[in-house]
Design a protein around this ligand. Sequence first.
Ligand SMILES: NC(=O)c1ccc[n+]([C@@H]2O[C@H](COP(=O)([O-])OP(=O)(O)OC[C@H]3O[C@@H](n4cnc5c(N)ncnc54)[C@H](O)[C@@H]3O)[C@@H](O)[C@H]2O)c1
Length: 379
Amino acid sequence: MVPGADLYRKGISVLNIGIIGCGDVATHSYMPGLQAMADRANVVAVFDIFQNRVDDALGFFPNAAPYLDYDAFLGHGPEKMDLVFNLTPAPLHRDITAKALEAGYSVYSEKPIASTLGEAAELVALAEEKGLHFFCAPAMMVTGRFMWLKEFIYSGAIGNPYFIKGQIGGMGPASWRTYSGDPRVFYTPKVGPLVDLGVYQLHALTGLFGPARTVSAVGGIMNPTRKLLQPALFGEEIEVQAPDLYSINLTFDNNRNANLFNTFAMPATKSPMFEIYGSMGTVSIGQHQWFDGNGTTDIYVRDESEGGEAEGWNNDSPVPNPIEASDILGSGILHALDVMANGTDNVLTAAHAEHVLEIMLAAGESLKTGDSIEIASSF
Ligand SMILES: NC(=O)c1ccc[n+]([C@@H]2O[C@H](COP(=O)([O-])OP(=O)(O)OC[C@H]3O[C@@H](n4cnc5c(N)ncnc54)[C@H](O)[C@@H]3O)[C@@H](O)[C@H]2O)c1
């Protein structure tokens, strides 16, 4: 039996939480999110390798035990900490998650799950062997909008949905003047725009259309150097070591296809972030709408009846059943707490994250070889 179900049976509704990595996303999203859910989540321990980051965390949770050493944090005790959030930089995810699972903690990992398929499979096996919960961001498919959209597009409302066009990017963190983390890591070989941002769209695409079957990509490194714009690092020039532009074609079962344009080399755009085309309509999510998990959606319906009165856009259509959290990251926290406290099914599965990792690695391979790559995994 998994611990969450056990907890539920014991009637415990407040879960004890640990935070690993108290940087930008922790202080801007996860900590405020957990604070807002204090009736269900009690942050009992925080860990970072830097004292100032730990101090920031204590500002949110003054009663949490502070740790500067990972082994000491893990020594806090699984019986006193139900779930830990791994909010460290992407290249560390695998090692941090593995040690937490080995020590008996259920884990919520920021994306990506790991850097290779072998590593991801090991983590999945470890979580299963230990009977622990393992949640993997990004939480697209548990946002209010995407939970509804999945039902909506298969309800016949836009006929047969057959193509998704996704786009996500910008110039990347080197240009985010107020970014408080280390922007350099995003241009290293294990990160890049796909691992940082494309991953959101890939979870949404596959969450709606199911497992991808083939992947082919064009792109590469467009801007080989970047000037950092954060005040503390201003003017430093870094080398771009990961492709900074991808255009990825994906095929799915049932004659469905998708394209994802994803980049750290796009100064600006006026394109929508996500569009779904069906025989009888279009769903469009603009840049101003995407980041709100309960946000509105523009829907175009065709009308083939005589006169065609119903044909046209229904802009800013609301989510019929908005959830408590309106941001994508908060939707993930809410989901994890719900699964662990109430025994609901985990949608943020490691299998889905592993499948998306295989797509991302295949896109990188296709950039180099020009081949269309078959995807073996499913979820
Ligand atoms: N910043 C965002 O807006 C954002 C949004 C969504 C997801 N994410 C994801 O969240 C993760 C963290 O991103 P971030 O922007 O917060 O980065 P960050 O660099 O600001 O924060 C990472 C924190 O981890 C700490 N750290 C480094 N090595 C560590 C170690 N060995 N053990 C414990 N802590 C360690 C750092 O000191 C830092 O405080 C990444 O995977 C990123 O992709 C970030």
